[in-house]
Design a protein around this ligand. Structure first.
Ligand SMILES: [Zn+2]
Length: 340
């Protein structure tokens, strides 16, 4: 896999992230299904924080469901994982990568939010990874269900869809792991001398949206509240733009503590302010365009066609996400105008 460096010498894995097709790699067997994608472990410079970057695009049989980012932090007393990727097979590959770096026990898997592309890998951590504590914000229980057999309807529907779209990586044996421990607004803990701070923001992109700051190293895992160099996903039924913008303000306020951002999708950045602003800029642009259209009674198709998308259309995930994003915001604006 090629890498490229930016002007400050920060090495970024960029070849696969430019929206190109997933390059084939020798298949690696897992107890779930073989994964035949490059699965490079990247490291945040100068830290024991590692991450894996997903491909851009919606989960399909070409990318094998590998569309989100996940990472982990190695401490003297154990490992803290953040998110678990989109299939049990990918979760297992991540577990293998962790074991290449350390044999310390995996203590926690922190989940940014319960969407399929971040959680199906939890199954591998439960079945093959010393049963770490799965930690998530309380709002995720509506999706995950309080117990394994009381899942929310959205979760069940999504799982059915993924069993079709991502077979054999997601199959009849795939199940949703429910959080072992939930928190409300904030959770702080220390492991092996490393301070972790998890904050709930939102609901922004999803009900349980949470970010994790690894204080000692100034690394922020942003989940799907932040996107690196690509078009965000606004097209989720629970997306709440107002709270999302408030969440971005909160992250902007952390800027003196953050040296690196690992977003939920897209590339690592050492410019926290830029990542926040790029996400905010996109949200505000789509909202302004769609609000104007609703106000002028312009039908969606026409509004979409007449909007100048040139500032975003070269970005990864534009083709897969932009229209759905715009439609979601259009519907929101319509609902808002009816309430007036
Ligand atoms: Zn995601």
């Amino acid at each position: 896999m090629l890498t490229c460096a930016d002007s400050r010498g920060l090495v970024l894995a960029c070849a696969l992230l430019a929206g190109g097709p997933a390059a084939a790699a020798a298949p690696v067997e897992t107890p779930y299904a073989a994964v035949s994608l490059p699965f490079e472990l990247l490291r945040v410079p100068g830290t024991p924080v590692y991450y894996i970057e997903g491909l851009s695009g919606v989960p399909d049989s070409v990318n094998q469901g590998h569309t989100s980012n996940a990472g982990f932090v190695v401490t003297d007393a154990g490992v803290v994982v953040f998110d678990a990727l989109g299939t049990p097979a990918l979760g297992y590959r991540m577990l293998q990568r962790i074991r290449e770096v350390t044999d310390k026990p995996i203590k926690y898997v922190v989940v940014s939010h319960y969407h399929a592309d971040h959680i199906y890998g939890l199954q591998a951590f439960k079945e093959h990874g010393e049963a770490p504590v799965v930690l998530a914000q309380r709002g995720t229980l509506g999706y995950a269900g309080g117990t394994a057999d009381s899942q929310g309807e959205d979760a069940a529907r999504r799982l059915e869809q993924r069993r079709e779209a991502l077979f054999p990586w997601v199959d009849e044996k795939t199940f949703i792991v429910v959080p072992d421990e939930v928190f409300d607004q904030e959770k702080r803990f220390e492991l092996g001398g490393v301070q972790f701070e998890i904050h709930h923001l939102g609901p922004a992109h999803a009900p349980g949206d949470s970010i994790m700051l690894v204080k000692n190293y100034g690394v922020l895992f942003g989940g799907d509240v932040l996107y690196g160099g690509r078009v965000p996903f606004l097209d989720s039924p629970e997306t709440d733009i107002k709270r999302w913008l408030a969440g971005l303000d909160y992250i902007a306020g952390l800027k003196n503590q953050v040296r690196y951002i690992i977003p939920g999708h897209g590339t690592l950045s050492d410019d926290a302010g830029q990542v926040v602003e790029a996400t905010r800029d996109y949200i505000l642009y789509v909202r302004a365009a769609m609000a104007r259209a609703v106000q002028d009674f312009v039908p969606f198709d026409e509004a979409y066609r007449n909007t100048d998308w040139s500032r975003y259309e070269k970005l990864p995930a534009f083709d897969g996400s932009n229209r759905g994003n715009a439609y979601r915001i259009y519907l929101d604006e319509e609902a808002r105008s009816l309430k007036k």
